[in-house]
Ligand binder design. Structure first.
Ligand code: SF4
Length: 347
């Protein structure tokens, strides 16, 4: 009798422990899933999470100021702040130590601060030896003198062009009538100074039916990124923002129509809204990571460090890889866009 009671007591303890542990595991799993929805969907034992929080490629929007006024702009001139050069350099160093391999300088228009941009690019390429330093620019303020001094530190120059009909560029706000002339000049200058030339096009209400094949093939960019025009509520979403991009919006089918017309070009890289929103790591003019359209930004990486900031940033690394975020981004010698396949761009 005594043995039976002891046995029953032990069995009860064992079963309770088992169910308690199961319960805890279940709660942890639910919590994990909830976290994953906020941060990043991942499976595994946690090691992968550490790996995926490495900021491989970072877009530093060093200024919000711009000399153009594109109606769909989604990084508008809410401030005129630019960090002191030493702070920006320190941030680049921290990012490099955290695993950054490529930096892309963007804006606003980064050439509003041309000297700052050149000195920072030099630091990133020459001192930090990053694999790739790139710039996204509207092209209007890039000069031969600047390229002669700093071109050697730049792997890629991505220049915006939404139409090969100047009237459409003007309607969009992409300059006041000389954009194409400057754009073509810059393609030649990039070649002269050994910088890979890339084209960025925002596909929108005014250009989605345009046939750009011949013009793009004549220019031969290394890469041609075509973005579906994007609405970010706090930037270009409506009446209270500096821009209202709603009149530029197109449907997924219209974007697909544009892609179908141009996808045979080896350099063509389409990017729909879903991919754009979450697959970029965006550092703003205060050196804070942005969580566009998801939640507020992080604190400055100079204040809390990169590791801490990365815990609070929404970044879909799978989306980053799926959109070809990692590609041959260090200057190669030759090659360009045409009808045929370019092996350098097969990613
Ligand atoms: S050039 Fe770029 S930063 Fe300037 S207004 Fe146009 S989209 Fe915005």
């Amino acid at each position: 009798m005594y043995l039976a009671v002891v046995f029953l007591a032990l069995l009860t303890i064992a079963l309770s422990t088992y169910f308690l542990s199961k319960n805890t595991q279940l709660r942890e799993k639910i919590q994990e899933d909830a976290d994953a929805q906020i941060l990043k969907p991942k499976e595994g034992n946690g090691e992968e999470d550490t790996k995926t929080r490495i900021p491989i490629s970072v877009n530093y929007h060093l200024t919000r100021q711009c000399n153009y006024s594109c109606g769909f702009c989604f990084h508008t001139a809410k401030t005129s702040h630019v960090e002191p050069l030493d702070n920006a350099k320190r941030a680049m160093l921290l990012l490099k130590e955290a695993g950054m391999r490529k930096v892309n300088f963007a804006g606003g228009e980064p050439f509003m601060n041309a000297k700052f941009l050149g000195q920072l690019a030099q630091y990133c390429k020459s001192t930090l030896q990053l694999e790739s330093v790139s710039i996204v620019t509207n092209g209007s303020k890039v000069t031969p003198t600047w390229l002669a001094e700093y071109g050697k530190y730049i792997d890629i120059m991505a220049v915006s062009c939404d139409s090969f009909d100047e009237a459409t560029n003007v309607k969009i706000g992409r300059g006041t009538g000389k954009h194409l002339q400057k754009f073509r000049q810059l393609a030649g200058l990039c070649e002269e100074y050994g910088v890979m030339f890339k084209v960025n096009t925002v596909v929108n209400r005014y250009n989605w039916q345009e046939d750009m094949n011949a013009a793009i093939q004549a220019m031969g960019p290394k890469r041609w990124k075509c973005f579906q025009v994007l609405i970010i509520d706090e930037e270009n979403g409506g009446d209270k923002t500096l821009r209202d991009a709603r009149e530029f919006q197109i449907t997924g089918e219209e974007f697909q129509f544009f892609c179908d017309k141009h996808k045979h070009n080896a350099c063509f890289v389409p990017e729909g809204n879903g991919v754009m929103k979450s697959s970029y790591l965006l550092l703003d003019e205060y050196l804070c990571f942005l969580n566009k359209g998801v939640k507020g930004k992080t604190k400055s990486i100079l204040e809390i460090g990169v590791k801490e900031a990365m815990k609070d940033v929404y970044w879909d690394e799978e989306g980053f890889q799926e959109r070809g975020g990692e590609y041959p981004w260090t200057k190669p010698s030759t090659g360009g866009c045409g009808e045929g396949k370019n092996p350098e761009l097969e990613f």
